[in-house]
Ligand binder design. Structure first.
Ligand code: G6P
Length: 608
């Protein structure tokens, strides 16, 4: 989704800003632009499409400057086009880039039009430039203008702005959208994503809601929501070039799939010991709180929601606690009833998904026992605003389609199930069994990655189809959903998932030789029933691709049975995710899609 970068330095800023935009490409975007102070005014370039095109324009037009702002846009209001791309300007004097959504933009646009401002775009963002210009005309300084924005703007925003008449500075304002400062030596940066400036500095300041800042190469001033000058804490974060590059892999998604054994080790590291999960792994006082939990409410989106759906089975079987799960986009607006001693659990890779963040903020005013998050980004809003936190420690995930974040979320959620059980003193033997199984998991996942060859054999057959059906039962139904989601996200093949028993209640009508069926058939008490469901597919000439274990004695005439390594049944959902990720990757590779940045999707969805 949209990305902001700004810099004030003593060196040429254009290249530095474009490099930052490249680092944010993974978020998903459709156009890019830059505005920088030059000796004779402001250079303003925008292009529809990839950052490379902006780079080419810059090579032709050679803008030169030391202070500037730049942006990648993911369309919300107005189609992807050059005129809708940021930066937007007001009378070629004030230039702004904006992330977020201005909810009262129609009223503000009407008021500014009445004042004579002409609009060049269909966005909700352009009015911010005009609004600042109108404040300057009223005699305010730039920083006062940035501060005055909050009296007019409703919604979420992170804004960086420059004024042609004030060439040493860029200005910032933040409300509910991430924005941070990076401190260099005689140079300062700002970005909406630390990865954008992670190679320039490891010293960051996270702005708070209502903050504004004036930044030049010689220093910065931050003001809080009451316009009072404030000092904010400096956080050290090391982002190595290695973690944000593809290495020898073709795509980030491929790298992230094969990183999973190590990512899982990192999630477990320091959280299990001896025969149990350790105390207070979700933060000081968490074990005491977990002892009181009577009910769990999970709120998440996309892949993270699938992790929650698997975990609900674990909370019931291991912790003896019932769970309610909601789409983050629905939760806040359904007027939820909150039972006594309910724990709110949010799950988010990015920690910035607007729907999940809104749910968390809404829940803060409700009668929850507390809020706990499973998150991959320590500096994110959700990580910072939750009462308790377990970081998945998967390392930056760049591919839009989530892989290692998902499997590490599952590992973290399993540790949550065990922590609740431990705090309530239930299922001690089961906990010991799971700890042993968790320790063995990275190696078993490593083993499952070797299925690549067999998956490559079936991939061309799926790549030529327009639809696919994924089947699983029990805790494998959410894994089937995750498999279908991966396939549609990156290969654009329409894919659906069903609990296998539901096949006969509708989707069986779709089965013919053009509907490949991918099924998850690990050994379980449901295995026999599942196999009967798969017979129904065979009887209708369906092609079956089954992932099962050595005990699955299935005869498949059309399709293939692929044998998975064995692991403790409770952890098999994590294991069975791996071949589905590889399958979607290999199919997308054949179809030649943009695997790391699939069309229309964004990594971090910061709008509701
Ligand atoms: C987007 C991403 C998905 C992700 C979802 C939730 O749709 O493309 O990969 O699962 O957001 O994101 P979160 O960061 O909250 O896990």
């Amino acid at each position: 989704m949209c990305g902001i970068i700004a810099a004030a330095t003593d060196r040429s800023v254009g290249k530095l800003l474009v490099q930052g935009l490249h680092k944010m490409e993974y978020r998903g975007y459709d156009s890019a632009g830059i505005a920088l102070h030059q000796e004779d005014g402001v250079a303003h370039l925008r292009t529809l499409g990839k950052v490379n095109l902006l780079e080419e324009r810059m090579i032709q037009e050679k803008p030169k400057g030391k202070v500037g702002i730049a942006h990648t846009r993911w369309a919300t209001h107005g189609e992807p086009s050059e005129s809708n791309a940021h930066p937007h300007s007001s009378k070629n004097r004030v230039f702004i880039v904006h992330n977020g959504i201005i909810e009262n933009y129609l009223a503000l646009k009407a008021a500014l039009s009445k004042k004579g401002y002409l609009f060049q775009s269909q966005t909700d963002s352009e009015l911010i430039a005009h609004l600042i210009d109108s404040f300057l005309n009223d005699g305010k300084s730039m920083i006062e203008g940035m501060q005055a924005l909050k009296t007019s703007l409703e919604g979420a925003y992170a804004i960086a702005a420059i004024d042609k008449e004030d060439s040493n500075y860029f200005y910032l304002a933040r409300n509910k959208s991430p924005l941070l400062l990076g401190l260099g030596k005689d140079e300062y940066f700002a970005a909406s994503d630390p990865l954008a400036i992670g190679e320039l500095t490891n010293q960051f300041i996270f702005l708070e809601d209502g903050d504004t800042a004036a930044v030049s190469a010689s220093g910065l001033e931050i003001f809080d929501e009451n316009q009072k000058a404030v000092e904010r804490n400096v956080t050290k974060i090391d982002i190595s070039a290695e973690t944000t590059s593809k290495g020898n892999y073709k795509h980030f998604m491929e790298k992230e799939i094969y990183e999973q054994p190590q990512a899982i080790r990192n999630t477990l590291d320091g959280r299990i010991g001896g025969e149990d999960v350790l105390e207070n792994i979700f933060g000081e006082g968490s074990s005491k709180l977990l002892a009181e939990v009577k009910r769990i409410q999970i709120v998440a989106a996309g892949t993270s929601l699938h992790a929650g759906r698997v975990a609900a089975n674990w909370f019931s079987a291991i912790s003896q606690v019932p769970t309610q799960i909601d789409f983050a986009s629905e939760y806040t607006y359904k007027n939820p009833y909150i039972d006594e001693n309910t724990l709110l659990v949010t799950i988010s890779q990015s920690g910035e998904t607007a729907d999940t963040l809104t749910s968390l903020r809404h829940a803060k005013n409700q009668s929850y026992l507390g809020s706990l998050t499973i998150c991959n980004v320590p500096t994110s809003s959700i990580a910072r605003e939750s009462d308790f936190l377990l970081l998945t420690n998967a390392g930056p995930e760049i591919g839009v389609a989530s892989t290692k974040a998902f499997t590490t979320q599952l590992v973290a959620l399993m540790m949550l199930a065990m922590s609740i059980a431990k705090a309530k003193n239930v299922n001690p033997k089961l906990r010991t069994r799971i700890v042993t199984a968790l320790r063995a998991l990275p190696e078993i996942v490593e083993e499952s990655l070797k299925l690549k060859k067999e998956i490559q054999e079936i991939s061309p057959k799926i790549a030529e189809k327009d639809n696919a059906l994924f089947l699983g039962r029990g805790m494998f139904y959410p894994i089937a959903k995750e498999g279908a989601l991966k396939l549609k996200e990156i290969s654009y093949i329409h894919a659906e998932a069903y609990p296998a028993g539901e096949l006969k209640h509708g989707p069986l009508a779709l089965i013919d030789e053009n509907m490949p069926v991918v099924a998850l058939a690990p050994e379980s008490e449901l295995a026999e029933k599942l196999i009967s469901n798969l017979e129904e597919v065979k009887a209708r000439s369906g092609t079956l691709y089954v992932f099962g274990d050595a005990s699955s004695n299935m005869q498949i005439d059309s399709g293939k049975l692929m044998t998975m390594p064995k692991c403790d049944f409770l952890l098999t959902p994590i294991l069975y995710t791996i071949p589905l990720q590889i399958l979607s990757y290999e199919v997308a590779l054949i179809r030649g899609t943009d695997i790391d940045q699939p069309r229309n999707l964004a990594k971090s969805v910061t709008v509701e």
